[in-house]
Ligand binder design. Structure first.
Ligand SMILES: *[C@@H]1O[C@H](CO)[C@@H](O)[C@H](O)[C@H]1NC(C)=O
Ligand SMILES: *[C@@H]1O[C@H](CO)[C@@H](O)[C@H](O)[C@H]1NC(C)=O
Ligand SMILES: *[C@@H]1O[C@H](CO)[C@@H](O)[C@H](O)[C@H]1NC(C)=O
Length: 780
């Protein structure tokens, strides 16, 4: 049998009926998949040449191997083979090119077995399919043109022409498609730039060759991966900032910012300083992340007025760019003015005329502009002023007369204040001393001095002291006292007084005699030690006070022993008649010369009285015949000194009317032992003194010849007056003593340095003085 190929078209299908020569009548049918149930595949009865009725008689049925599923059935009435179940070629045979289902037709009685081969034809019932809806690929933007990127191909379960036949790529800027065999590749036709387009979606369509054609699409999501192809870019080329000096640490000065178009680490910009000096590094820091430039040190305008800092921005992989930060520092008034003393005349003399420059001062302020404008001043109450000079120099000039004795030191405070806000100031104290000029003479504390001294003082005794003050300095204020030359009673003052040059204490050089003089004046000079020296003079009056050193001197009656004087008392004298008068004087004065008279012894005590103060001897009663003719009185004269001195005399009274009656005057001598002794004493003294005098004269003569000193007859500190004038007796009128008409008029002045004798001549007689008047006077 020849194989018969039947091809027929039914509906949209065509199928080929293939008659194959089989042993028991193998029969093949070819028909498309997915025919409806009941669709007739072929007529078995006809194709096998069987009677239609025989099928049912012979219990025809379709059978398969046990495991196989039965997809078709036979209509025993007409012998048609019909589709019994869905036949999906792809499900039954997958990608096999031919898909044959094997069934058997079983006929019984007799048993007949026909194999039926069902060739399932593919129909284009499946579109091409991609595995995923979206394909993601990542491509570096740095990828070169022509780079290929494999895309997983699409699958179509259909086979043959119905499988994927071609691809088409949606039109785009960067990619084209290249297919060869099964591989599909995207080819980079134009370089990518992530910074322009980061994601690209491409639609790829796969087409099969079936009719009608089916397609499947996939979205290719291309992620452009960054390449570090962009440098960071600063927002400004130059950042300018102004920063006040002394800004605290952490102050943000300026923030630089750079952007990098790259992403991730490639766009991760960090900041740092470019090449900057160590100083800048100590003052500023930059935040690597944020780009803030901060203060970390001390910003001092006076050190640096502006900073130019190179700032570097770097991305993660090391592309960098640079910008400049110019930070100008603004001044703050943080520097106080400084006062410098450039020169100083110290000390300055107190006679410096007003207007003299004594110092030069320089003032500086390190700040600028107003902050360095400085005003200078000194305190008010000093005689100095500041005179502005060139630039910031000032002269310190005196404005008034200086007086060291008033103010010897000045602390001059120079204050400088700048004009900043708030202003700063400082001051400097200059110590200035005023040097002394000898402009003050010594000044005595008193206008004049008086010294009181009792006569007979000891030589060397202190009389008084004078004090002068000189406010000048050191030797200009050192006072030296001296006596001014002068004369007292014709003798140089130095023979009377001496003054201690240092202390001003005045000493007596000799013993004074009140009876010689009662007062004298000397000039004492106080002189300082300056050059030239200044001096002042003061008068010192020395008053000598009396001492009771002179006994009363009886002038009348003349002392006994020389002549025997008698007073005649008339017999008829009544009581109270003045008989005689004792006359005495005292060289002292005052109380010391106030004399009183007493009768210490008398022949007839009741007969005579003596006036206590007048010395007048009067009869106390009438003279009687029984009274003795010779009356003898011893009268004592006392002065009133303390202790009092006294002298006595004898008075011989003869009660008689006629001198011829006087029998023997000698007999009435009361007692002549005393006077004899006195006479011896006088003779002895005169002899000794004469001898001594002669001796002194010889010595002086020798010296005088050698030295020829005309002025003085002696040397040394002791002066002996060349003339010795008696003082006037004090007015003792009323006391009964003699008036001043009694004078001593003769002195034996010998210039002896030891003693002189004074002989007093009587007022009416050249009588020798009584023993009490013979005085020995030592002037030493
Ligand atoms: C000047 O200052 C010094 C030191 O401070 C002080 O000893 C002196 O007493 C002051 N003189 C005057 C006149 O103020
Ligand atoms: C005393 O004064 C004179 C000028 O009169 C002066 O030259 C001298 O320095 C002064 N002496 C002292 C110790 O101040
Ligand atoms: C003091 O006296 C002396 C001597 O007489 C005289 O030279 C001097 O000028 C006097 N001094 C004064 C301040 O009067």
């Amino acid at each position: 049998m020849a194989p018969i190929i039947v091809a027929f078209m039914s509906y949209r299908f065509y199928f080929i009926l293939l008659f194959l020569p089989v042993a028991y009548g193998d029969i093949s049918y070819s028909f498309p998949e997915e025919m409806k149930r009941g669709s007739v595949i072929g007529n078995l009865a006809k194709d096998l040449g069987l009677e239609t009725g025989a099928l049912s008689n012979r219990r025809a049925r379709i059978d398969t191997d046990e495991t196989e599923k039965r997809y078709c059935d036979i209509n025993v009435n007409n012998g048609e083979l019909v589709v019994a179940d869905r036949i999906d070629r792809e499900g039954l045979c997958g990608e096999k090119a031919s898909c044959i289902l094997k069934h058997e037709l079983v006929l019984e009685n007799p048993l007949e077995l026909h194999r039926i081969n069902l060739h399932i034809q593919d129909i284009n019932d499946n579109p091409p399919e991609f595995k995923e809806e979206t394909i993601s690929i990542e491509i570096h933007e740095s990828a070169d043109r022509g780079a290929r990127f494999v895309i997983e191909e699409a699958h179509d379960v259909d086979v043959g022409q119905n499988s994927v036949q071609q691809y088409s790529l949606q039109k785009n800027d960067h990619f084209i498609l290249a297919t060869s065999g099964n591989t599909v590749e995207l080819v980079l036709d134009k370089e990518l730039d992530r910074e322009k387009q980061q994601d690209i979606n491409l639609v790829l369509t796969a087409l099969d060759g079936g009719s009608p054609q089916r397609s499947g699409t996939v979205v290719i999501h291309v992620t452009v991966l960054d390449a570090n192809d962009n440098v960071p870019v600063f927002s400004q080329a130059v950042y300018k900032a102004s920063l006040p000096e002394n800004s605290p640490v952490d102050t943000v000065v300026v923030t630089v910012s750079a952007t990098d178009a790259d992403e991730g680490i490639n766009g991760d910009v960090t900041y740092e300083f470019g090449h900057v000096s160590e100083d800048v590094k100590k003052i500023f820091s930059i935040d690597p992340k944020v780009g803030q430039i901060r203060v970390i040190g001390t910003v001092d305008y006076e050190t640096t007025k502006s900073f130019e800092i190179r700032v570097k921005a770097k991305d993660g992989l090391g592309l960098s760019s640079y910008a400049k930060a110019i930070i100008s520092i603004s001044d703050v008034n943080d520097n106080a003015p400084v006062v410098n003393l450039k020169s100083l005349t110290n000390p300055i003399a107190e006679n410096t005329p007003p207007g003299t420059e004594v110092g030069i001062i320089n003032v500086q302020d390190r700040d600028s502009d107003n902050n360095r404008q400085v005003r200078c001043s000194i305190q008010q109450n000093v005689p100095f002023k500041l005179v502005p000079s060139i630039k910031n120099y000032y002269s310190l000039v005196t404005t008034g007369q200086l007086d060291r004795e008033l103010v010897s030191d000045y602390n001059i405070t120079i204050s400088a204040t700048d004009e900043g806000s708030p202003p700063l100031s400082s001051s400097k104290t200059v110590q200035l001393s005023v040097a002394d000029i000898n402009d003050n003479p010594p000044v005595f504390e008193e206008q004049s001095y008086s010294a009181y001294v009792s006569e007979n003082n000891k030589p060397g005794s202190t009389l008084c002291s004078v004090t002068a003050r000189d406010p000048d300095w050191r030797q200009n204020g050192t006072v030296i006292y001296s006596l001014l030359p002068g004369e007292v009673n014709g003798a140089p003052v130095s023979s009377y007084l001496s003054v201690n040059g240092d202390t001003g204490v005045i000493h007596a050089v000799r013993s004074f005699d009140y009876e010689q003089f009662r007062s004298f004046k000397v000039q004492v000079m106080a002189r300082d030690n300056g050059s030239p020296p200044l001096s002042s003079n003061v008068t010192v009056s020395v008053f000598i006070s009396d001492v009771n050193d002179n006994s009363p001197q009886i002038l009348y009656p003349a002392p006994e022993g020389n002549s025997f004087m008698t007073e005649l008392v008339p017999k008829a004298a009544h009581g109270g008649s003045l008989v005689s008068k004792v006359i005495a004087v005292d060289a002292d004065s005052g109380q010391n010369a106030w004399l009183s008279y007493y009768i210490v012894k008398s022949t007839d005590p009741g007969l005579f009285t003596i006036g206590v103060h007048s010395g007048e001897i009067r009869t106390q009663r009438d003279i009687s015949e029984s009274d003795s003719m010779k009356q003898n009185l011893i009268v004592s004269v006392k002065d009133n000194g303390q202790p009092s001195l006294s002298a006595t005399c004898s008075m011989y009274l003869l009660i008689s009317d006629n001198l011829a009656e006087v029998p023997e005057l000698k007999d009435i001598s009361y007692d002549d032992k005393n006077s004899k002794l006195t006479s011896y004493l006088i003779i002895a003294l005169v002899s000794v003194s004469t001898f001594f005098l002669t001796f002194i004269i010889i010595i002086l003569g020798v010296r005088f010849c050698r030295r020829r000193k005309p002025r003085l007859l002696f040397d040394g500190a002791v002066a002996i007056p060349s003339a010795y004038l008696p003082p006037n007796y004090a007015d003792v009128d009323g006391t009964g003593t003699l008036r001043s008409t009694y004078n001593y008029d003769a002195y034996l002045t010998t210039g002896s340095r030891t003693s002189d004798f004074k002989f007093v001549s009587s007022y009416n007689d050249n009588t020798l003085p009584a023993d009490q008047t013979l005085r020995k006077k030592f002037l030493l």
